[in-house]
Design a protein around this ligand. Structure first.
Ligand SMILES: Nc1ncnc2c1ncn2[C@@H]1O[C@H](COP(=O)(O)OP(=O)(O)OP(=O)(O)O)[C@@H](O)[C@H]1O
Length: 282
């Protein structure tokens, strides 16, 4: 049977109850954060202040080397900030146990980041296993997550990463990130290496999961069109700094030349598509 089209009920995964839509509290706060490399010669992140609201989907857009990945790595303490504070779920990350912090935050990488020698089920179940959950509970969680990311349980559970397409690997990557039932998901170019159709389908599916599980998501992308289509708000980074944040229409009002340049491509794409597919916008 092909991947399940209907999501099963009931589900045990969504345990994030702390997300009333009226709440505006920020789940992630970057407060004047700075990080340099090479003895201060490379200012990868330069005095960044940014709040990510509970249940918000924030995209970080910027060219290569603008500091996007460094910002995410600071959030889960893969590296330490030189200056400023990062608050996750009300707690300064410097006070948090790094391992515990990373288990509370789901992470999805561009390549999927799956362990090649482990089956799909073992990859998805790795965090619950490290947390000491019972084998039977882990197996149930893996099956629920496979349903959630629309991969057929029987077909995919025992496969190895090299037996999957790029899109299927990313679906497993998303399932693995959700296995510890995080409130926060950090994604680094998660759909960047996929063909446009797969990318579109996965983006839509993830957006639905974000809403359904009441997640708070930060997604890095080079692609402004993807950011506009998926995110509630977009932060534009350049040379370690946040140039602008806002919804697509707010960014369109920005007087910044680089932001305008980034918006030119989706504008041109929309115009060309409307011209090539008359009536498609109605
Ligand atoms: N561990 C490191 N040691 C030295 N320099 C680093 C290190 N990590 C990142 N940098 C530098 O910091 C800057 C920002 O890198 P970062 O990976 O955050 O950018 P990015 O916006 O994510 O780029 P890309 O889109 O290409 O992934 C770059 O100049 C990079 O070379």
């Amino acid at each position: 049977m092909a991947g399940a089209l209907k999501r099963p009920q009931p589900r045990r995964i969504p345990t994030n109850d702390a997300c009333p839509q009226t709440e505006v509290a920020a789940l992630i706060v970057f407060d004047h954060v700075g990080k340099s490399f090479d003895g201060g010669r490379v200012k990868a992140v330069d005095d960044v202040s940014l709040d990510v609201g509970t249940c918000e989907f924030l995209a970080i857009v910027g060219s290569s080397g603008s500091g996007k990945t460094t910002l995410l790595r600071l959030a889960n303490r893969l590296i330490e900030a030189d200056t400023g504070r990062i608050i996750i779920e009300g707690e300064d990350v410097r006070a948090a146990d790094p391992v515990g912090l990373r288990r509370r935050i789901g992470t999805v990488f561009q390549s999927g980041g799956l362990f090649p020698h482990m089956s799909v089920a073992a990859n998805i179940g790795i965090t619950p296993k490290l947390k000491g959950e019972r084998e039977s509970d882990i197996a149930a969680t893996v099956d629920e997550l496979l349903d959630l990311v629309r991969l057929d349980r029987k077909q995919f559970r025992d496969r190895f990463p090299h037996e999957l397409s790029g899109g299927q690997r990313q679906r497993v990557g998303v399932a693995r990130a959700l296995a510890a039932r995080p409130k926060i998901v950090l994604m680094d170019e998660p759909f960047g290496a996929l063909d446009p159709l797969t990318r579109d389908a996965l983006g839509d599916d993830y957006r639905a999961l974000h809403k359904e599980l009441e997640l708070t998501t930060v997604m890095i992308t080079h692609d402004m069109t993807e950011a506009i289509l998926l995110a509630d708000r977009i932060a534009v980074m350049r040379e370690g700094r946040i140039l602008a944040t806002g919804t697509a229409s707010e960014l369109a009002q920005s007087g910044d030349a680089y932001v305008a340049e980034l918006l030119r491509t989706p504008r041109r794409q929309a115009e060309r598509l409307n011209a090539a597919l008359p009536g498609s916008s109605t």
